[in-house]
Design a protein around this ligand. Structure first.
Ligand SMILES: [Zn+2]
Ligand SMILES: [Zn+2]
Length: 287
């Protein structure tokens, strides 16, 4: 099974785990982190862990998550949180703080603080001159995960996640799905759309578009070219007004199309096609 996970799905999995009173285990956390793209997403992920009161093991926070933090304040907060709860003083936290510090003075202060903890190795302090790039760090971390063989377990874990998702959506009628989405959209008109809401919604939108299409491409109106392993017709979700051009991730902006039509839409951008799918998207909203 090809692993295709984005933040929206990851947040859904975390919510489903919460519902079934199951905590993510260390390998699952690592896998989720592995598939995040940038620090903004890491933050959302971290917020969700806190919101669901999952309290990841310190081992995870210090040896994994800390490498992805790109902001001094966030790193400092994480450090304080960990230090409040454990007597172990992890040098990883200090190292990352030094890398993220914006001035020599700031870096020196951290070194002074770190020196109070005798358990720390002397030579880590040298890192502060190099100011390593976070991206390099992330890659090293990922490589490490691969080396450790953790990566081999990912497909197994993913299959579990995937079943969880199928089960969840399988128990949700199209009507319920639509209601969830519309409720979400109306709420957003009244208050600022937070990134979290957007990420949370995305996986529902995709599911909605696929479901409402009934296995028929919404452009050429032919049956999906094949069904996936679970027997679901394979269609791709297309945003009429591209997300990359500021289009919204909303019900009225998505259709499900076959891979051929999807290519055609992006390559030719024919006006008649856009018109057709726009009408289809509006019809999707009706019953
Ligand atoms: Zn088609
Ligand atoms: Zn598309």
């Amino acid at each position: 099974m090809i692993i295709k996970m984005d933040l929206s799905e990851i947040l859904l999995y975390l919510n489903l785990m919460k519902k079934t009173k199951r905590r993510p285990v260390l390998d699952e956390l690592k896998m989720m982190l592995y598939y995040l793209d940038n620090y903004e997403q890491v933050k959302e992920f971290y917020n969700k862990l806190q919101e669901n009161k999952f309290n990841p093991p310190y081992k995870f926070l210090t040896f994994s998550l800390v490498h992805f933090i790109e902001n001094y304040e966030d790193c400092d907060e994480l450090k304080n949180r960990i230090f409040q709860n454990t007597r172990r003083k992890y040098s990883e936290l200090f190292m990352q703080l030094i890398r993220l510090s914006t001035s020599k003075e700031q870096a020196k202060k951290i070194i002074e603080e770190a020196k109070e903890y005798k358990s720390l190795d002397e030579n880590w302090a040298n890192y502060y001159d190099s100011m390593w790039q976070i991206k390099k760090n992330q890659e090293a971390w990922r490589e490490n995960i691969r080396q450790l063989g953790k990566y081999n377990r990912f497909s197994e874990i993913y299959e579990d996640f995937y079943k969880m998702k199928l089960n969840y959506f399988g128990n949700l009628s199209l009507k319920q799905l639509k209601e969830t989405l519309l409720e979400n959209q109306t709420n957003n008109n009244n208050r600022k759309v937070t990134q979290t809401t957007v990420y949370n919604r995305s996986v529902y939108i995709k599911e909605f578009a696929r479901r409402v299409s009934n296995g028929i491409c919404q452009l050429c109106e032919k049956k999906a070219p094949f069904v996936d392993k679970e027997g679901n017709p394979f269609l791709e979700v297309h945003h009429i007004d591209y997300l990359s051009r500021g289009g919204s991730d909303t019900v009225e902006n998505v259709v499900a199309v076959c891979p051929n039509c999807h290519r055609k839409l992006h390559m030719l951008e024919l006006e008649e096609d856009v018109k057709k799918i726009s009408v289809r998207a509006l019809e999707n909203m009706l019953d």
